[in-house]
Design a binder for this molecule. Sequence first.
Ligand code: PGA
Length: 241
Amino acid sequence: MNTDLESGRTLAQALSDGLASDFAHEVVLFPPSPFLLAIQEIANGNSNIQVGSQDVYFEASGAYTGQISTSMVVSTGAQWNLVGHSERRHVFGETDEDTNKKVKVSLEAGLTPVLCVGEKLEEREAGQTEEVCLRQLRSGLEGLSSEEIAKTVVAYEPVWAIGTGKTATPEQADEVHRAIRADLVNLASQEIAAAYPILYGGSVNEGNVKELLAKADIDGALVGGASLVPDKFLAICNWDR
Ligand code: PGA
């Protein structure tokens, strides 16, 4: 629940203006839904930027007042959506089954779902990190063909690292990413797993991004707080410059 229309536009425009013309990574902005169209209009002017929604509902249409359908998102030009962000799971009680349905409706609509997985602090302390993340991964992707899995993205976001200033160490993150990639070999194939984007999220900033992305199995970042400050977000985008 960050920004309003005007500050959201200003932020997206600053990000768009700040990316060099030879910028070589993909950037996806996930604004609050009321601003999808406005941010998409800014992204239309920059081939490096795409747009996604922070959530979708798992029914395609119907009487679900307040929910946002995949076709509504698609109609704004957006191409991505988040599924199962930790706040959806732990504040709103979204289940693994819900995330699976949301991944499926996203793919049916032609959106690229970013399935978020991650353990709570007590789960890490109980040695359950891998078990929790792989359970969320497998349930989120359940029933998908290998080709469909190849059209999804996963973000590992330890719940204790989101918005807390506590980042997983690059080693802690990479260990989970490795386990996710190994599981994707079984869920899809060696080839799909090798090319599959696994993002890390949780207090990513301009100071720690380089070390995180230097890890073999960390392919990108899902950035919260630092994305609200153009200079910080641009420094993250330009991590390898
Ligand atoms: P953070 O947020 O970067 O502020 O920790 C991450 C997120 O909300 O996914």
